[in-house]
Design a protein around this ligand. Structure first.
Ligand SMILES: Nc1ncnc2c1ncn2[C@@H]1O[C@H](COP(=O)(O)OP(=O)(O)OP(=O)(O)OP(=O)(O)OC[C@H]2O[C@@H](n3cnc4c(N)ncnc43)[C@H](O)[C@@H]2O)[C@@H](O)[C@H]1O
Length: 137
């Protein structure tokens, strides 16, 4: 079985009233709604991969919080197992410029709507864990 590894983050924004929204993207490869992420390149750390992918996919500067680190594993195609590590990352801005080669669409959504928009149950579980983590921070 071939192994792949990607890293990313649940990017969130808190407005002046304290309302939190999460950034979801629709991935071109599959058409699913999920979080920003991508394959680890060379000797990058997990955090370096997550920050690079956020920059490449949506061009946001974020504060990465490695206190939240969640792993999900799935099979992207037959014969391949993929580990994806997610952190949380705060963005001061909601101005997104998407990488057209990899991103079809994006949305900033409050927790309930983000949960409904996500394509996969394992991503929904990570969003719930992140929301719980941030509410106790
Ligand atoms: N080893 C490697 N190193 C570097 N680049 C590589 C590479 N292998 C492929 N690439 C290429 O790099 C590009 C993307 O690069 P990245 O941007 O670096 O890759 P990624 O987001 O981690 O994944 P990708 O878009 O490949 O697919 P995903 O797992 O979301 O989705 C894939 C499938 O899994 C499904 N899926 C996605 N999330 C899931 C989940 N949570 N649960 C179950 N299935 C899920 C999707 O529906 C879809 O069908 C692609 O063009 C790809 O071809």
């Amino acid at each position: 079985m071939k192994k792949e590894k990607s890293c990313g983050a649940l990017v969130y924004h808190t407005d002046s009233k304290g309302q939190v929204t999460y950034l979801l993207i629709q991935h071109k490869n599959g058409g699913h709604w999920a979080f920003t992420k991508g394959h680890v390149e060379g000797q990058e750390s997990e955090a370096e991969t997550a920050l690079r992918e956020i920059q490449e996919e949506v061009q946001l500067q974020v504060d990465l919080d490695q206190g939240f680190r969640h792993l999900t594993t799935y099979s992207p195609k037959p014969g391949v197992t993929k580990d994806v590590i997610y952190f949380v990352a705060q963005s001061q801005s909601q101005t997104v410029k998407t990488q057209v080669e990899e991103v079809l669409a994006y949305a900033w959504l409050p927790f309930d709507q983000a949960l409904a928009q996500l394509s996969y149950p394992n991503d929904q579980a990570i969003l719930s864990a992140a929301h719980d983590y941030l509410s106790k921070k």
